[in-house]
Design a protein around this ligand. Structure first.
Ligand SMILES: [Zn+2]
Length: 248
């Protein structure tokens, strides 16, 4: 477990919202705008990456960790950790679930953001299962007797790249530029360089792709940029007169 020396200043660094993802730049592409927005609202946010991208064509794991620390600062996170699980061959193992549960007990998030449960990259759907099952295990008192049980109140799934209708969309119009800035902290992945040319899109192309996706979801709620989420539970409404998003 590698911890960010800049953001992990307190022990325990209790946080309100924790995003769990497979690779160091996943959060920046799927739910980073929401993380920034939550931090701006005064919530304490954190990111737990499961791998350091050690199978990546470009860069080294050490470099990815350095870049992810920088990106965490840009996203105003209070915590960023990396579990150093094996990249591109992530497994939903008991050891993996228990170590995620231990982090959840330590950080005590009320909200957990996971990748959507279906994806092209096996690490993404495996990270979803690990995050969900780790969150469940964290609530079992007998898991270990030294740390108090804690189960997040809510799990939401970042569905930006899944072909599903979102349950809700978060307006990230004011956070979009900062999210791009966080993503481009990964210079080893998105900088203009020779290694991997042809395999990797240029920075301009990356920006255009992310902008297109964010605009697509933004227009669904009548704003410029949005981030899409799915929840498994039914959403409750108290005042139907105040429902958001116009019909006409
Ligand atoms: Zn990924």
């Amino acid at each position: 477990m590698i911890r960010n020396p800049y953001t992990d200043m307190e022990d325990p660094p209790r946080i309100d919202a924790l995003a769990i993802a497979a690779h160091p730049d996943d959060v920046e592409q799927t739910c980073g705008g929401t993380m920034i927005k939550l931090a701006e609202m005064g919530y304490r946010t954190g990111v737990l990456d499961l791998t350091a991208g050690d199978m990546g064509t470009r860069g080294t794991p050490e470099l990815r960790l350095e870049e992810s620390d920088k990106a965490a600062g840009v996203m105003r996170c209070k915590f960023r950790g990396n579990m150093r699980m094996p990249d591109a061959r992530l497994e939903n193992s008991l050891a993996g679930r228990v170590s995620i549960a231990a982090e959840i007990r330590r950080l005590q998030p009320r909200l957990v953001i996971l990748p959507y449960w279906e994806a092209r990259h096996p690490d993404h759907y495996t990270a979803c299962a690990l995050g969900y099952e780790g969150s469940f295990l964290a609530g079992l008192a007998k898991l270990d007797k030294y740390t108090p049980a804690h189960r997040p109140r809510k799990v939401i799934y970042a569905s930006q790249y899944a072909s599903v209708e979102p349950t809700f969309v978060v307006d990230i119009t004011s956070q979009f530029e900062r999210r791009m800035e966080a993503l481009f902290c990964y210079e080893s992945q998105y900088g203009n360089q020779k290694k991997g040319v042809g395999l990797f899109p240029s920075p301009g192309e990356v920006r255009e792709r992310l902008e297109t996706v964010a605009r697509f979801y933004g227009q669904k709620i009548g704003v410029k940029y949005g981030e899409a989420y799915v929840v498994k539970e039914t959403m409750a409404v108290d005042d139907v007169m105040s429902l958001g998003v116009r019909s006409f």
